[in-house]
Ligand binder design. Structure first.
Ligand SMILES: C[S@@+](CC[C@H](N)C(=O)[O-])C[C@H]1O[C@@H](n2cnc3c(N)ncnc32)[C@H](O)[C@@H]1O
Length: 579
């Protein structure tokens, strides 16, 4: 399958769709037949050699292809399962030899270390891992494999997997598989471990200062993830010092690293933990430092969309540093945005093939993991998979928890294209999730319209809306009944039964066919009309098309109802004849 450069069009033949569907469904069947079977041990040397070769090939591939993505990856959306919602301390250890095929090892944890390079592909990454008995197994992270802008499997060499899932890859090879990013805990390398025994103040100061210095260097080298790690280790030592000054410096610096990493909750927490709150008016240095903290807390709140709170912090900053207008004006938008990775997905639940904004799913989950205060807002949205027992658990003792299957379903049913009004993504514009606007239902006879100012969605009333009346907008713009219903069913999973759809559904098939043919002609006209040299001729043709389309609508049946098929050409006419 291929995608057109700079286009949201993906060409997928029926044969290709069938191949994807049958691969995914055959694999699902094969896996279910293996449930509970013993695992076949791997030969370590071969396994590590296989991963090393594949990593080399993947690296060479990305070097020669660069970022040009000519083919679209396929992704199976498997049977949903909830993330682990139990803290590590309550899970029983297990070994690789205890693994059973096609099993979620509930109540267990598996400690492993990486034994090969990581093979990084666009929608998943894998590597070979070993436990302390020297057994080797394959480990795969699907889609949500990046944290702090780095591949999780590459960022460390020791991990614990919570409630490991042992299954088959899409190619049928046994693997440990991680879907939910909270199901893997990375352990820092030895020199970044917090102290195991209480250090003397001298030892604590020496280690804390050394890590602070490394953190500062990492920040100047544009590596906030490494800076964050060093500041965190430094803080673990600084808490053993008799005065809080160094710990405050570290919180202030880590707030900066957190902002750069898009971890706004943590940035705000750090910025406020660093406050000195000087009482003396002439303590200029402390006032400057606190102003910096309020600026960072404000920038974090702003990025979280809490504008009132952000304003409060900026006002406090100004009170400490009167006249520093630049600080307010320079509110940094620290949010990292991800490219619009699209994949062809096959969902085993309804066997449908969809083109899904999986880059958006990855960006949303990354943002939620980094800012747990947002999890409730997003996870409260409508989605087919309700998350089972873990639905309302957003955090365990080990950190935030995001159910990626629920996130997937929520995005499938609630995402809209930025810049487009078709809900499928404007041309090259990507897609986004607006939790509040996602509450709005669809109608083909809407009373509002969505528009975009950058990535800000504006829902504008298109007619007077009475108090208590439901606000509705159009998810799909197609003027052809079957095309519109097809998109509503595939993307949003419902059949529209508004007054217009009721009439169109009962329409004479001959009339429907005529309208379809004319709509195709209108679409072709709209594609070429902009470049037409003869405007007069184009206008005449547009008028003729509007008239012909109008004649397919029975005056009585369509009284008070929109005639969607002619909208596009009518809009062209009104804009082309506007002075
Ligand atoms: C963006 S959400 C809309 C808000 C959602 N109804 C809620 O309760 O949060 C989209 C989902 O709402 C439902 N929906 C929206 N418009 C609908 C309509 N006209 N008829 C039936 N279901 C509709 C579908 O389940 C769809 O997948």
């Amino acid at each position: 399958m291929a995608s057109e450069p700079d286009s949201s069009t993906i060409y997928l033949t029926e044969k290709e769709a069938e191949r994807i569907r049958s691969t995914v469904l055959d694999n699902t069947k094969k896996r279910s037949g293996l449930t509970g079977h013993a695992r076949n041990p791997r030969e370590a040397k071969d396994a590590i050699g296989q991963a090393t070769g594949a990593a080399l090939m993947a690296d060479m591939g990305s070097m020669t292809m660069g970022n040009a993505q000519e083919s679209v990856p396929a992704l199976a959306v498997g049977e949903p399962y909830p993330p682990c919602i139990i803290s590590l301390s309550e899970l029983q250890p297990m070994k690789l030899c205890d693994l059973r095929m096609e099993t979620h090892h509930r109540g267990r944890q598996l400690r492993i270390k990486r034994a090969s390079p990581v093979v990084t592909l666009s929608t998943r990454s894998w590597t070979m891992v070993q436990d302390d008995a020297g057994e080797t197994e394959r480990l795969e992270m699907v889609l949500h494999k990046i944290q702090h802008g780095k591949e999780v499997l590459e960022a460390s060499s020791h991990f614990t997997i919570k409630e490991p899932y042992f299954t088959l890859t899409e190619e049928g090879e046994p693997t440990l598989r991680i879907d939910h990013p909270s199901d893997v805990i990375s352990h820092p390398d030895a020199d970044l471990q917090p102290p195991t025994q209480t250090p003397t103040p001298e030892q604590a100061e020496k280690r804390a200062l050394a890590h602070k210095q490394k953190g500062n260097t990492a920040l100047t080298k544009n590596n906030p993830a490494l800076a964050h790690t060093h500041y965190t280790t430094s803080l673990a030592f600084a808490t053993h010092l008799p005065t809080p000054d160094l710990a405050r410096d570290l919180h202030r610096n880590r707030a900066h690293a957190n902002l750069l990493l898009g971890q706004h909750d943590a940035a705000q927490r750090d910025a406020l933990a660093a406050l000195i709150n000087p009482t003396a008016e002439d303590d200029v240095r402390s006032r400057e430092l606190d102003a910096k903290c309020y600026f960072r807390a404000g920038a974090a709140a702003y990025a979280l969309g809490r504008f009132g709170e952000a304003q409060g912090f900026f006002e406090k900053q100004l009170a400490l540093m009167p006249g520093d207008k630049v600080a307010v004006a320079n509110v940094a938008r620290c949010e990292k945005r991800e490219g619009a990775l699209t994949a062809v997905t096959c969902d085993v639940r309804d066997e449908r093939i969809r083109v899904a904004p999986v880059g958006l799913r990855r960006a949303v989950v990354e943002r939620l993991m980094a800012n747990p205060s947002l999890i409730g807002d997003v996870m409260g949205s409508y989605g087919d998979w309700d998350g089972g027992d873990g639905r309302d658990v957003h955090e365990t003792g080990d950190g935030p928890v995001v159910d990626v299957f629920r996130a997937h379903d929520i995005i499938s049913r609630n995402a809209f294209g930025v810049g487009g009004k078709d809900g499928q993504g404007g041309k090259g514009g990507g897609a986004g999730l607006w939790p509040r606007a996602a509450l709005i239902n669809h109608s083909c006879i809407p009373n509002s319209e969505r528009e975009f100012i950058g990535d800000l969605m504006v829902v504008r009333a298109t007619k007077n809306i009475a108090k208590g009346e439901e606000i509705v907008h159009r998810y799909d713009e197609s003027g052809v009944y079957e095309a519109r219903q097809g998109a509503l069913m595939t993307t949003w999973g419902f059949e529209c039964s508004c007054a217009l759809c009721v009439v169109e559904k009962g329409e004479d098939p001959m009339v429907q066919e005529k309208r379809r043919t004319l709509t195709k002609e209108a679409d072709l006209f709209l594609k070429s009309a902009g470049s037409s040299a003869n405007k007069k001729m184009a206008t005449t043709r547009a008028r003729r098309l509007v008239k012909a389309l109008d004649e397919t609508y029975d005056e009585k049946k369509y009284r008070g109802l929109p005639r969607l098929a002619k909208r596009g050409v009518e809009q062209w006419l009104s804009s082309s004849t506007r002075i």
